[in-house]
Design a protein around this ligand. Structure first.
Ligand code: PXG
Length: 448
């Protein structure tokens, strides 16, 4: 009996009908459902009993492995003590302590942390802080936000407006926030295909920001938002010198720089944040995902202290920033984050990611020359393989490779014709190598 018939023995279709699944080909999925039953460490167990290696750490979010006993224990304990606490006009101590810890990990001990429940909410929060900051300082004309083509900043109205993925935008143009412009993306296969780490070409693309400033005038621009490394875009790695240049131009014109570190925060590049890896500081930093190993939804924004301070005017009994969520700093999410940060520190997992990174680079680039492969990119413990699309059927090649790999015990991530991997930090060398060999077999098994 397969998993669906277990769910609803008489009628598969009815069993799967109601859930309108996110970012999923619903009809294709429901015709051949792939159900997950449980997870432990680096492996998922599917409903038919097969164990598969988690090549993307969930959706980039579970780097310390699933159901880590210390995280499970911490959440259970929290549930017995305080299941929920309102965060409007009340607070619980672990949330304050977590904010302090996150700021310290980001090497920004003076700065402030605002909690949300997802990356999308973190992005919208950062955009609101940026625009409101200029207003409270008397520069209310600074409302424009500059995003980037191919960027992904979640699915809130703000996030899709500054994001640069056409499929996520085209249906919703009337819902987008006004006054947004975009930098060009930095991906140019003719110049950078098969680069290892940061491409040497492309720093000059940051100068496009000067062009946008000349067009709109700095006095209308609140912030620039970019992912230090575009994860969902298919591991698009910033060219050497590019982020430094963006930083310089923002500083020169009084524009805030927002790093969306929902993927790069908490160790993915082998450093606490992407900002540490690239040596470039942001004014606002979003995070989510790995902050608590995705055990309970949690996200947030780190804001430069003087941004926070600029809101602290007026009578002390007044709310300074009209924004927040029922579940901001949910006790279970906070408990999971403390335990995750404990595990990362005690098991030195960020250093472990840094150690595995060159091995992943070496292994993944050995796929050059395999069928369908037109580019391979990597940075930190993340990599992507770009496949030649099947003529007239974009996306289908990657689905085929994904299915072959899954049958062989490896759960990859695909988006369009790009395969992405970001293995858990707790993977062994042998597991990373086996993953790459699994991809090789899948590539060879898919017809030309
Ligand atoms: N910003 C960035 C940079 C992200 O990568 C979000 C915001 C939104 O986060 P939430 O928590 O609202 O989903 C993300 C999310 C993929 C993949 O396969 C990436 C994301 C989500 C799901 C899949 O690359 N990134």
């Amino acid at each position: 009996m397969n998993a669906v018939s277990q769910l609803h023995p008489d009628n598969h279709e009815a069993a799967l009908r109601a859930w309108w699944m996110p970012f999923t080909h619903n009809r294709y999925f429901k015709s051949a459902p792939r159900l997950i039953e449980s997870a432990k460490g680096c492996y998922f167990t599917l409903a038919d009993g097969r164990r598969v290696f988690d090549c993307l750490s969930g959706l980039w979010c579970s780097p310390v492995g699933h159901s880590h006993p210390r995280i499970v224990e911490a959440v259970k304990r929290q549930l017995d003590t305080l299941d929920y606490a309102p965060s409007f006009q009340m607070g619980h101590e672990p949330a304050f302590r977590l904010a302090t810890r996150i700021a310290a990990l980001a090497n920004r001990a003076e700065d402030r942390v605002f909690f949300t429940n997802s990356g999308s909410e973190a992005v919208d929060t950062a955009l609101k802080i940026a625009v409101a900051y200029h207003r409270v300082r008397g520069e209310a004309s600074r409302t424009r936000i500059i995003g980037r083509e191919r960027g992904y900043h979640g699915v809130g109205m703000g996030g899709i407006s500054v994001g640069g993925m056409v499929s996520n935008r085209k249906m919703f143009s009337s819902l987008m926030i006004p006054g947004v412009d975009h930098l060009p993306h930095t991906y140019n296969p003719a110049e950078m295909a098969f680069s290892r780490g940061q491409p040497a070409w492309g720093a000059h693309l940051a100068d496009e920001l000067e062009r946008l400033v000349a067009l709109h005038d700095a006095s209308t621009i609140a912030a620039v938002i970019v992912e230090p490394m575009s994860g969902s875009g298919g591991v698009i790695v910033p060219p050497k010198g590019y982020l430094e240049r963006l930083r310089e131009i923002c500083t020169k014109h009084g524009i805030l720089l927002i790093f969306d570190e929902v993927i790069t925060g908490f160790g993915r590049l082998g450093t606490p944040f992407g900002a540490d890896f690239f040596g470039v500081r942001a004014d606002l930093t979003t995070f989510a995902k790995a902050v608590n190993n995705a055990t309970v939804p949690l996200g947030g924004v780190i804001a430069r202290d003087d941004l926070y301070q600029s809101f602290m005017t007026g009578p002390a009994h007044m709310i300074e920033f009209f924004h927040g969520y029922t579940y901001s700093a949910h006790p279970l999410a906070v408990a999971a984050a403390h335990a995750t940060m404990d595990v990362m520190a005690d098991e030195k997992l960020i250093a472990r990611a840094a150690e595995l990174a060159p091995l992943l680079e070496q292994a993944i680039h050995s796929l050059r020359g395999e069928p369908h492969v037109i580019d391979i990119r990597n940075i930190g413990l993340a990599a992507a393989i770009e496949l030649a699309p099947i003529a007239g059927q974009p996306g289908l090649r990657a689905i085929r490779v994904f299915e072959k790999a899954l049958d062989d015990g490896f759960m990859l991530r695909f988006s369009g014709d790009v395969l992405a991997v970001a293995p858990p930090f707790v993977s062994t060398v042998a597991e990373v190598e086996a993953m790459v060999e699994g991809i090789r077999r899948a590539l060879r098994a898919v017809p030309a």
